[in-house]
Write a protein that binds this ligand. Structure first.
Ligand SMILES: Cc1ncc(COP(=O)(O)O)c(C=O)c1O
Length: 385
């Protein structure tokens, strides 16, 4: 049975990306690889909105979070982690593991960080060396107002570095690295970039690069100085995931062809469609309307509906979505809609979910939910023209 994979990563990958990933190996110390690396990093820089460096590291997104920390900080540095969910918590864990003096600006799960409250906090304490922020919190489906948060951090005493986990938002949601004053942002190939897992992306601005010169946290595999030295020769320090880079180059080409604004608008319209659909099914979205993610929609599981059997039944019908993480395990469900996605797949997913709800004796209108998603999507895209 064809699977409708709607987790927040890995995401389904288009046929031309799959074809690219099936190509024969090349020498990663040769000119063909140098062109692959150059073209892929340059395309990413354009899509992220930076004239800074973009490093392609072999690893998952969490590796890139670690790289961000160890290349900018020293043990004992005062660091504030703005955490609104489980991935914010992971950022804090990593910084703690490497000896930063971590403080947490903790926001109730399901909510976004408030720039005014952050400003107040930053003004009330000793300066921080860096503030770590999640752009799009995949565990709750909440998007932080990153532009405003970055502005507040840049204006704070000590001008802390703005270090961002952009893993599940970049490429799909509005993001302007240089214009917003983001010093370092990371992502990963299996998200909106439409490739397989395996390449971690780190975009490094001038202030983060300079911070690396004095940062004393231990690092070897993730050392940006190594990545920089080898990038100068069109190479990576270590053997890279060449296959994933083949795919990533195609994914990036597709996004460039669509155009950033159009990609962002498509994701926003799909997200609204999904919300319309789940509301039609009688489910309640987690995120407040003004902070809903463009790539992940989370909803509360209806009272008395157990996640494990419900999820198993959806999988039997071919729909694969995600449940809650950490303290929200068994409490929410999550749809991923990033990268190679249209409203059709989401409408189909909603229809399957609606049918499954019925199997569990819930009152649901599966085809009405699909229609509501289409109607909202169409209204949104017509309005945007
Ligand atoms: C916001 C965010 N941060 C970090 C990660 C971790 O990435 P990975 O699983 O590739 O290590 C994810 C993955 O879902 C994510 O969505």
């Amino acid at each position: 049975m064809e699977q409708n994979l709607r987790t927040p990563g890995p995401t389904p990958i288009p046929d031309d990306v799959r074809d690219a990933q099936a190509q024969q190996m090349i020498d990663h110390r040769g000119s063909e690889f140098a062109e692959l690396l150059r073209e892929t990093s340059a395309g990413l820089a354009e899509l992220i909105g930076t004239t800074g460096e973009v490093f392609l590291l072999t690893g998952s997104g969490s590796g890139a979070l670690e790289a961000a920390v160890v290349n900018t900080l020293s043990p004992g540095d005062r660091v504030l982690v703005v955490t609104i969910g489980s991935f914010g918590d992971r950022f804090a864990q990593i910084a703690t593991a490497f000896g930063a003096a971590v403080e947490r600006f903790e926001v109730e799960w399901g909510q976004a960080a408030d720039p005014a409250a952050l400003r107040e906090h930053l003004a009330s304490t000793e300066p921080y060396r860096a503030v770590l922020i999640t752009h799009n919190e995949t565990s709750t489906g909440v998007a932080n107002p990153l532009r405003e948060l970055a502005e507040v951090v840049r204006a704070a005493p000590g001008e802390p570095l703005v270090v961002v986990d952009g893993i599940s938002g970049l490429g799909a949601m509005p993001f302007e690295m240089d214009a917003w004053g983001v010093d370092l942002v990371v992502s990963a190939s299996q998200k909106a970039w439409m490739a397989s897992p395996g390449i971690a992306i780190a975009a490094v601005g001038e202030r983060a690069r300079a911070a690396g010169e004095t940062a004393r946290m231990p690092r070897f595999y993730w050392d940006f100085a190594e990545a920089r030295a080898w990038a100068g020769k069109g190479q990576t320090p270590w053997t890279p995931a060449i296959t994933v880079l083949y795919g990533l180059r195609v994914g990036i080409g597709k996004l460039r062809q669509e155009g950033r604004e159009r990609t962002w608008a498509r994701h926003a319209a799909i997200a609204r469609g999904v919300v319309a659909g789940i509301e039609h099914l009688g489910l309640r979205p987690v995120a407040p309307p003004e902070h809903r993610s463009g790539t992940v929609t989370a909803a509360w599981l209806p009272e008395g509906l157990e996640w494990a059997p419900f999820n198993a039944a959806m999988r039997e019908r071919g729909l694969v979505i995600a449940g809650g993480q950490g303290k929200w395990t068994g409490r929410i469900l999550r749809f991923g809609h990033m990268g190679d996605v249209g409203i059709e797949e989401m409408a189909q997913a909603l229809e399957i979910m609606g049918g499954t709800l019925r199997d569990f004796d819930r009152d649901a209108d599966p085809s009405g939910a699909a229609e509501a998603a289409f109607a909202s999507f169409t209204a949104e895209t017509v309005a945007a023209r």
